[in-house]
Write a protein that binds this ligand. Structure first.
Ligand code: MYA
Length: 548
């Protein structure tokens, strides 16, 4: 899942959004401006021009003291009440507060730093190594292993596996179930996988949204160059129904992790039917896909997820740019920040009607070589990347689907007519089903996810002109996505996204995406956020790989 990856909705953080809001318009802007003027005139008198920090602006909006030298600031009852009333999404999230604590208790006990960074409100995901009964037997770094120590060891396999150690037959399944290889060239089987995932795959913590992968998406994601049927693993009930109750999929790919090429399997779409949860089927599925990969000489894997397992090599944060703010608000995805009205939010989230980058056009077949070379030069700047072949560039970026309703990927290039391309940018379509009552009015959120981009300006000395260029490329993607009917544009803090998220009015989500490497040791890789999980331009250069 890479996406857990999303946390399908990774609903937007109320407080974090009010943070960007303080640079917004109308009432909020006026307040912020008044505060800023007051502060800059004092600072100017001292000879040093200083803008009021974002933290200070949010603190003031919440009635808190942002001075980090003072004891951690807490919110008053009145502010908590207002915040919860204005933000159905936050209220929903707090419905899963730890036992014995009300939503208000949780908020009240959070410091300003915690509120700003949107870190776990519910204390979920906190488990020590000893309680990972399965994972502690696997060749992955331990959660309690010092990161500094890990970084000192040479990069490489954690465990050497020889072919004679690989079992020739699968481990037994519980009575009444059997292993199957799924045939995704058969439309009926593709439909079965689609149904399993649509009913049982990743949901957000409040069970408000669930990923809804289209059949064309799964066809694209799972039949990438070099795909093998033996890595498309399912579990069916024996007997008449033969219903598909679990899945795990792998596709082959080549990574570069720091300076080392690593042939891996990319694992995704691990799913167990809701009725079979907590029965330890997952370890059996993981061991089976591992066995099948080992049989093909593959001993390393990459995967992502929203929960913490031993041990992430990197963590990125989700950001969301509303394109249809009112719909997102109505379904509880986007909060209404303090001091804002819905019409102010609609206005704030408008995007231009037309793209602006001269030479911007859709990628065509003739661009494959140029896109490959541009992407490969651009991605060299990152520690964790997919080493794309030409065939993979063609598969992942060139749209061949004519029916717009089934389309999965949108790729654009900037062509100045010189024969080479200066830039490319792309996004893909991944919808989420809206669960519960809200789903009656709007059954789905149509989300565009930022995919890869590349720009020659990134390679200029001192990245001259890159930030503005990237802003332009991403804004043009917002325009294309809006015109194609998307409700929201999602992005992680990977690649160079920390440069532009704030300027383009992306709001922080409550979802994080953890990256994992199986049987490969390397030091921690930057995920684009600082220690408070706020996008940090200095934390770029790490994750350069986008997982679906
Ligand atoms: S991430 C997307 C995962 N899918 C979902 O979230 C869909 C909705 N949820 C479900 O279907 C189930 O809740 C799942 C767990 C299947 C997630 N990755 O069967 P159990 C461990 C790895 O009783 P259930 C994606 O697709 C858990 O810590 N392990 O649990 C990438 C515990 O182990 P331990 C996980 O809740 C997948 C054990 O499973 C995950 O019924 C990458 C409990 O098993 C998780 N997301 O089902 C897989 N969630 O005792 C790893 C729980 O140690 C690939 N667990 O705590 C590794 C590389 C393999 C290839 C190697 C080749 C060389």
């Amino acid at each position: 899942m890479a996406a857990s990856h999303p946390t399908p909705g990774s609903a937007m953080k109320a407080v974090a959004e009010s943070e960007s809001e303080s640079e917004g318009e109308e009432t909020t802007e006026q307040t912020a401006e008044a505060e800023e003027t007051a502060e800059s005139s004092t600072s100017a008198a001292g000879g040093k021009k200083k803008k009021k920090s974002k933290k200070a602006k949010v603190a003031s909006a919440l009635g808190l003291d942002a001075d980090s030298s003072k004891p951690a600031a807490r919110m008053s009852d009145k502010n908590i009440e207002t915040l919860l009333n204005n933000n159905p999404a936050l209220k929903g999230e707090l419905a899963s507060a730890p036992p014995g604590k009300s939503a208000k208790d949780v908020l009240k006990n959070m410091s300003l730093d915690e509120l700003l960074t949107g870190m776990s409100l519910t204390g979920k995901n906190q488990k020590d190594m000893a309680s990972f009964k399965f994972w502690q037997t696997q060749p992955v770094p331990r959660l309690d292993e010092s990161q500094a120590e890990r970084a000192k060891l040479p990069d490489g396999a954690i465990k050497e596996v020889t072919p004679d150690q690989v079992p020739q037959t699968p481990a037994p399944l519980p009575e009444g179930y059997e292993w199957v290889e799924l045939d995704l060239t058969d439309d009926e089987e593709l439909k079965e996988v689609h149904n399993l995932l649509n009913l049982h795959y990743v949901e957000d913590d409040n069970a408000a949204f669930r990923f809804s992968y289209s059949k064309s998406f799964l066809d694209w994601a799972l039949k990438a160059p070099g795909w093998r049927k033996s890595w498309h693993v399912g579990v069916r009930a024996k007997g008449k129904s033969r219903v598909l109750v679990a899945s795990i999929f792998g596709i082959p790919t080549r990574l570069r992790v720091r300076d080392k090429p690593v042939d891996v399997v990319e694992i995704n779409y691990l799913c167990v039917h809701k009725k079979l949860r907590a029965k330890r089927l997952t370890p059996v599925l993981i061991k089976e896909i591992t066995r099948r990969c080992n049989l093909e000489g593959i001993y390393q894997a990459i995967y992502t997820g929203g929960s913490i397992l031993p041990t992430p090599v990197s963590t990125c944060r989700y950001f969301h740019r509303p394109l249809q703010w009112m719909k997102l608000y109505e379904v509880g995805f986007s909060p209404l920040p303090p001091k804002m009205t819905p019409s102010m939010m609609v206005k704030r989230n408008r995007v231009p009607e037309k793209t602006k980058t001269p030479g911007w056009r859709e990628m065509e077949e003739k661009d494959i070589d140029n896109v490959s070379s541009l992407l490969s030069k651009y991605l060299k700047r990152f520690d964790l990347i997919q080493d794309f072949t030409r065939e993979e560039v063609e598969h992942w970026f060139l749209n061949r689907i004519q029916d717009q309703a089934d389309r999965v990927v949108w790729t654009y290039v900037v062509d100045d007519g010189s024969g080479s391309l200066s830039d490319m940018a792309s996004f893909y379509d991944l919808e989420s089903t809206i669960l519960g009552e809200a789903g009656q009015k709007h059954p789905k959120i149509k989300a565009a996810y930022s995919y890869y981009y590349a720009s020659t300006t990134a390679l200029e000395e001192g990245e001259k002109g890159f930030k503005d260029r990237l802003k332009g490329l991403m804004e043009d993607c917002l325009v294309e996505a809006k015109n194609a009917g998307f409700d929201v544009f999602n992005a992680l803090t990977l690649l160079d996204n920390p440069l532009i998220l704030d300027d383009l009015k992306f709001g922080a989500g409550d979802g994080f995406l953890h990256y994992y490497l199986y049987n490969w040791r390397t030091g921690p890789i930057k995920g684009g956020v600082d220690k408070h999980n706020v996008p940090d331009v200095n934390a770029r250069g790490g994750v350069g790989m986008v997982m679906l």
